[in-house]
Design a protein around this ligand. Structure first.
Ligand code: FES
Length: 135
């Protein structure tokens, strides 16, 4: 009997999603974890449950968008970088859908009408990929 292999190479990782875990600190309860940390944990839990390989999720210790709600950035080699602010913990499912849509593109450019509502509402900035001559 001939052995068949069901092993396939995992899809290439295209992007990293940075979630600020310091945003949303409650000044009245400094011991409580910031809501940005809760957002990171919600996204990381969804990510682990799906075993999604095309992007990874990393905590970030401030993305310099501190006064504009919870903050997420998506970056990767040869891709547009996006930063989103004014996010809430309730946006976690939409953020995750937006990360998948981003990872399904070659360059990070997701058509406007294919972006989740929270990404359409909360876009702070986008930065083009580095030109090859910049290195
Ligand atoms: S504390 Fe989150 S962007 Fe600065």
């Amino acid at each position: 009997m001939e052995a068949t292999s069901t092993c396939e190479a995992p899809p290439a990782r295209r992007a990293t999603v940075f979630v600020c875990v310091l945003c949303g600190r409650n000044p009245a309860d400094k011991a409580a974890p910031p809501s940005g940390h809760a957002l990171y944990e919600a996204l990381a839990a969804e990510h682990a449950a799906r075993a999604e390989m095309r992007f990874r999720i990393e905590p970030a210790q401030c993305l310099s968008n501190c006064n504009r709600g919870l903050t997420v950035a998506i970056a990767g080699p040869d891709r547009w970088t996006y930063m989103f602010g004014e996010l809430t913990i309730e946006d976690a499912p939409g953020i995750y859908r937006g990360c998948i849509a981003n990872a399904e593109t070659e360059d990070g450019l997701v058509p406007w009408n294919e972006r989740p509502a929270c990404f359409r509402r909360a876009l702070i900035a986008r930065v083009p990929p580095l030109p090859e001559r910049s290195l």
